[in-house]
Ligand binder design. Structure first.
Ligand code: FAD
Length: 312
């Protein structure tokens, strides 16, 4: 029903997919094939690639983003963090992205790299994602489309949600074009977050981050790491079926489909899926929702510069 309404309005819902650079050549080969299949059969509006804390996946994130841009036919966005790396590395990453035709960046502060307790920043007054957004705009003008992260339940370090949303606004005011949120399982909380954003003048697209439940252990690890609240019915059902991986996956699809339907019914036009580099659950969800690629270009997303060569 929600999709029919969107079709009548001419505002088709769309979706995007997040992947991360795998650690082995074999996993990379498999991921290339998976991305080709998913981009051709499903039609995401864009695909984004994570960036390892402290620049640990500098080469891999660039190469894979560039490969996607060249071979998947999709727009691409590369994540970039400012913690525990020098400004020189940030400059190199942005120039290489430009050389590779990558035109969208998810600008993040980042967390401490694995094994380190604290994060550091290399330059005075360069400690929040807002500063990275400002820097990219100052240095590269409007070349890059810039996305930033939002937190429907508030970022873990921020004591109250209103302050966190005000900090989110400062990232948008610094030049961000759109927002992708942290994963969540409580749709009402997300919708309340969007209303609060709108109330204080955040007018750009806010894409909800959906992470389908793929395994009992993985799900619990992720929600405790991100400090995300989970509705009781989900916790209860998972306890009941935790020894059956197939049932957990099927339940994960069911929960995500219900969440997405409710989001679309409440006027949310784009869905962002954290794939965890897996194909089946996200494919099933998208097929069930019948969401489609936008028939037009999204004004807040830069088309890739496909004249560029794949960086090596
Ligand atoms: P910021 O926006 O800088 O916020 C960090 C904290 O500082 C918040 O508590 C905020 O309220 C506060 N703050 C912000 N601005 C100000 C200000 N001006 N004054 C005072 N306080 C302020 N991590 C990775 O390492 N690699 C990735 O690829 C990656 N991808 C992500 C994708 C998404 C969609 C999301 C939601 C997160 C991702 N992360 C990634 C995790 C992210 O790096 C962490 O959540 C990190 O702790 C915060 O990054 P941020 O960009 O949101 O920080």
């Amino acid at each position: 029903e929600a999709i029919e309404k969107c079709k009548d309005d001419g505002t088709f819902p769309f979706f995007s997919l997040e992947f991360f650079p795998p650690k082995t050549e074999e996993a990379l080969f498999n991921l290339h094939q998976r991305i080709e299949r998913m981009s051709q059969s499903l039609g995401p509006l864009f695909i984004d690639l994570t960036w390892g804390a402290g620049g640990s996946t500098f080469k891999e994130s660039l190469e894979l983003s560039s490969w996607i841009e060249q071979y998947s036919g999709c727009e691409v966005m590369m994540h970039l963090t400012l913690t525990n790396i020098s400004l020189d590395i940030i400059d190199q990453a942005l120039s290489k992205a430009k050389e590779a035709g990558i035109c969208n960046i998810l600008a993040l502060r980042g967390d401490p790299p694995r094994g380190q307790e604290r994060w550091t920043h290399s330059v005075e007054n360069f400690q929040y994602a807002r500063d990275l957004v400002r820097y990219i705009r100052e240095k590269h003008g409007n070349y890059f489309g810039i996305c930033v992260a939002g937190y429907p339940e508030g970022h873990t370090e921020c004591s109250d949600i209103d302050t966190d949303i005000a900090n989110l606004k400062s990232k948008v005011d610094a030049g961000a074009d759109f927002i992708i949120t942290q994963l969540f399982y409580d749709v009402d909380m997300f919708l309340k977050f969007v209303s609060k954003c709108r109330e204080i003048g955040i007018n750009c697209p806010i894409l909800p981050g959906i992470m389908p439940i793929q395994s009992y252990q993985g799900f619990h690890r992720m929600v405790s790491m991100c400090k995300v609240s989970v509705p009781q019915y989900i916790l209860d059902k998972l306890e009941e079926i935790k020894s059956d991986d197939d049932q957990v996956k099927a339940f994960g699809v069911e929960v995500a489909v219900q969440m997405c339907k409710k989001l679309l019914a409440n006027g949310i036009q784009g869905l962002h899926f954290y794939t965890l580099n897996l194909e089946r659950s996200v494919t099933k969800i998208i097929q069930e929702l019948k969401v489609v690629k936008l028939g037009r270009e999204a004004p807040w997303l830069r088309p890739a510069n496909r004249n560029q060569e794949w960086v090596r």
